[in-house]
Design a protein around this ligand. Structure first.
Ligand code: NAP
Length: 281
């Protein structure tokens, strides 16, 4: 079974659009997401465009603020302070990565926790690890939604997550643990990685290496979630961290790239924006 993040996200966005339609009558306006784009990195421009398109589909007001690569850290922090203070702004997202002269942690910490739609603020991260209500990071949240939509029972399963980044590997491990999986976190220093991954009943791969996970690393019937977004060095096309063609026949459930985790990430950003809006009502 191939889980189409594209189809699932289209369905969820249509449901959100119905909900957002009722907001002007109830609350006087729709949610407002502000996305800050620094510089013109083509990948970032494309992500920001995707976020604006999804906002339009859901009926969320979207403002994209573009600033040149040369913006100082102080200017960027000043802009965030203005948006924090603006009662007409519900969500603030600073597209990463930022230029090297700007400290990303300082920027993330500057965003009001209540408007942190990415779920990257340290207070949201702490709340996640303490099982307190919080804004969940979009990619891990989307992965859990995909597993549920595919009818995958997580409780009691052996889950292996390759990658331990703050935005994917660590939080998705925590969400799987909260759903009662037995979680192994693997990374670049893991010995005998294939032995570890062959134990997985659910395998989440978030490393950023094209087709790194090969068929011999996966057991029959495994649920495979491919987070990677890479260019295939041979074809130049987008591909995941998993060798999809070789693994799809063995996997019970698998996500494609493109059209898998990526659309669900944007869908969850929309959901987080609505949640921030509703929490502040
Ligand atoms: P990251 O911050 O670069 O982290 C990569 C992780 O992979 C690290 O923990 C690293 O281990 C591990 N790793 C690297 N090489 C490895 C190897 N040979 N064996 C085992 N582990 C290895 O990456 P990220 O931000 O999590 O992103 C990962 C991928 O997901 C990228 O392709 C990114 O574009 C994609 N992504 C997609 C979405 C989406 O919505 N679809 C969202 C976010 C990210 P160490 O910690 O030991 O260095």
């Amino acid at each position: 079974m191939i889980i189409s993040g594209k189809e699932l996200s289209a369905r969820l966005k249509a449901e959100m659009a119905e909900q957002v339609k009722t907001f002007p009558a109830k609350y006087g306006r729709v949610p407002h997401l502000v996305v800050i784009l620094v510089g013109d990195n083509p990948a970032s421009v494309s992500y920001v465009t995707g976020k604006a398109k999804a906002s339009a589909e859901v009926g969320i007001r979207n403002t994209t603020i573009r600033r040149p690569e040369s913006i100082s850290e102080a200017e960027l922090l000043g802009l965030i302070a203005e948006l924090n203070a603006d009662p007409e702004v519900d969500g603030i997202l600073v597209q990463l990565p930022l230029p090297k002269h700007i400290d990303e942690s300082k920027v993330i910490e500057a965003i009001d926790q209540a408007k942190d739609v990415d779920g990257f603020h340290p207070l949201n991260v702490a709340a996640l690890w303490q099982k307190q209500p919080c804004t969940l990071p979009c990619t891990p949240k989307g992965i859990i939604k995909m597993l549920k939509a595919a009818g995958v029972e997580i409780a009691g399963k052996r889950a292996v997550v390759i990658g331990r980044s703050n935005i994917v590997g660590l939080p998705v491990s925590k969400l799987l643990l909260d759903a009662n999986a037995t979680v192994t976190m693997a990374h670049s220093r893991t010995r005998n990685l294939a032995e570890v991954t062959r134990q997985a009943e659910i395998l989440v791969v978030a490393i950023g290496r094209p087709k790194f996970v090969t068929a011999d690393m996966v057991s029959e019937g495994t649920v495979v979630i491919d987070v990677g977004v890479n260019r295939d060095p041979e074809t130049g096309k987008l591909c995941g961290d998993v060798d999809f063609a070789a693994i799809e026949p063995k996997a019970s459930v698998i996500t494609p790239v493109p059209g898998g985790v990526g659309p669900m990430t944007i869908c969850c950003l929309m959901e987080n924006t609505i949640e921030c809006f509703l929490r502040s009502r």
